[in-house]
Design a protein around this ligand. Structure first.
Ligand code: GLN
Length: 309
């Protein structure tokens, strides 16, 4: 277990300042106008530890579009609700393709490589739509329970424009439906998927809401069991191999933590038996991962010796 520096907040502050000085790198996601409009200069970092503390620096209280980080919440809900039968419909291998790739689906008969590429998250969304009478409300209340606040909302503008620009995700969903791996109606499945992508959270909320993954499935503050110990290990394992898109190998190599990124610029990294780091800054590298977010997490992991390997 890494030791907690008494001045973790100071360390976060200096890492944040350093990230802010980085030469202009990367590009804000612009596939929908609502994301393109976000101020590129935002940068925040928060660390929630399993003893219930949250340390932070910069814009860690500013809410942003969590996008693909939401795939973690959906996955945990589905694991709880469906049990091991779900793994017949989505696998747990790295994809080696972009997050919205369609090619492997054809070769692999509509079974997505893992739950953290879009195709996988869409199958997981189908499971939730099919197993909850009000799956969107269930998703939001799950996230609120984890973050211990009712003050979490979706961004309606992002939600609507995801739907308007959702042709590629629709293609993934229809192809999988053709293979029999989508049960509900495709528009309902996409509605759920885009809804969870449109949730807005701050770094502080995100770190706290995922800290159960660092604590064997138990929320350290509410002491609720969010998922089994085995499933917490499994989520972390898939995060390690597939959470950072096509940069997952490099992230394991340089940082060594299970982590998930989203095109809103957020990254959540799990440090087993210690806590969760959430970093956010909107400019993305060519893999779709936040440049400054990667930088901050890399520095913190190195300084505290956090690699799980
Ligand atoms: N809403 C985005 C999409 O489905 C989320 C992608 C992401 O964050 N990687 O394309």
């Amino acid at each position: 277990t890494p030791k907690q520096p008494s001045n973790l907040s100071l360390l976060l502050q200096s890492i944040l300042e350093e990230a802010r000085q980085l030469p202009e790198a990367g590009k804000v996601a612009d596939y929908i106008p609502a994301l393109a409009a976000v101020d590129a200069d935002y940068a925040g970092i928060a660390v929630a530890t399993i003893d219930g503390q949250v340390h932070w620096a910069g814009d860690a209280e500013q809410c942003f579009s969590i996008q693909s980080v939401s795939k973690i919440f959906g996955l945990v809900q589905a694991m709880n609700r469906l049990g091991d039968s779900m793994w017949e419909r989505v696998h747990m291998e790295p994809s080696g393709q972009s997050f919205n790739s369609i090619v492997q689906l054809e070769w692999e008969h509509g079974i997505p490589r893992n739950p953290f590429i879009n195709a996988g998250a869409i199958v997981v969304s189908d499971m939730l739509v099919s197993h909850y009478s009000a799956s969107k409300a269930a998703a939001l209340s799950f996230i609120r329970r984890l973050a211990m606040t009712e003050q979490i909302w979706i961004n309606e503008e992002v939600f609507q424009s995801e739907k308007e620009h959702g042709n590629r995700n629709a293609a993934l969903a229809y192809l999988m439906k053709g293979f029999g791996n989508i049960v509900a109606e495709v528009p309902d499945v996409l509605d759920h998927y885009f809804y969870q992508c449109s949730v807005e959270m701050s770094c502080k909320q995100l770190a706290l809401s995922l800290v159960f993954l660092a604590n064997r499935g138990v929320h350290p503050l509410t002491e609720e069991t969010i998922c089994s110990r085995r499933d917490a290990h499994r989520v972390n394992a898939i995060l390690s191999t597939s959470g950072m898109y096509d940069q997952s190998g490099e992230f394991a190599f340089t940082v060594g933590l299970p982590a998930k990124s989203g095109v809103g610029g957020g990254i959540a990294a799990v440090v087993p038996n210690y806590g969760v780091i959430a970093a956010w800054s909107p400019k993305l590298n060519s893999f779709g991962n936040s440049c400054r977010g990667m930088h901050m997490i890399t520095r913190l992991a190195a300084q505290l010796g956090l690699s799980v390997y």
